[in-house]
Design a protein around this ligand. Sequence first.
Ligand SMILES: Nc1ncnc2c1ncn2[C@@H]1O[C@H](COP(=O)(O)OP(=O)(O)O)[C@@H](O)[C@H]1O
Ligand SMILES: [Mg+2]
Length: 253
Amino acid sequence: MIAEAVTTRIAVFSGKGGVGKTTVAVNLACLLGQRMYQVGLLDADITGPNVLQMMGIDEAPRIRDGKLLPHSKHGIRTVSLASLMPPESAVIWRGPMRSKALEQLLDETDWGEMNALVVDLPPGTGDEALTIAQHVSPQLAVIVTTPQEVALLDARRAISFALKLEIPIIAMVENMGSMVCPECGHAVDLFGTGGGKREAEVQQVDFLGSIPIDPGARRAGDEGTPIVLGSPASAVAQALQGIAGEAKKLLSA
Ligand SMILES: Nc1ncnc2c1ncn2[C@@H]1O[C@H](COP(=O)(O)OP(=O)(O)O)[C@@H](O)[C@H]1O
Ligand SMILES: [Mg+2]
């Protein structure tokens, strides 16, 4: 069981899709990798896997002694079902099959020595999240939300789910709260920033930080160079660095 071998285990959740889970997971993995961790990154979004794209990985997977070898890029070991499927083909498996695929990805990968694992989940409270809770036993659930009420409503569900799964630390990240002006670099309040922090207080969970919207973050994702590596001085990268620092503090408390 991976939980026994890996000291730091983080799962990135959300109630709603498109709020920035994969962006947070990929950048968090890269930041942990810079802080002396040997980091694995598992794409557990079986039906919407985006991790390879955001990590800039396009090579075929390799198998050694019957085990899958993680892709090695940006110093991170990345595993995704997407590299085992024809590109752009849809996975239309029912829940038990998606769970089985995840179990296999976890167990039949030669992860090597690794002391941190970041898992990128699909939105919602489905089979993938249950499987990861059982097989990875994360110590930290990072719940990503945007500040709008609809996203916060779904974030509450994700928090309740993480509580039921008995994940010891639950912490929120607000994404896309403000917008970075491409002209002057100043952050402009767009959707009412602060919603995530207030919600974390109401729900009595930790708050890791708020990430502004920046077209550069979207570009970085599309181009496969995580923004914390490509533009470490940008407002988004700085926010992500703060978030990684807070996560580390919570994990070592
Ligand atoms: N802070 C941000 N600023 C600009 N674009 C962002 C930001 N966060 C995420 N994105 C972009 O929004 C889209 C959805 O983000 P993604 O991380 O894939 O969300 P999820 O995994 O929750 O579906 C992606 O194209 C991503 O690059
Ligand atoms: Mg995603």
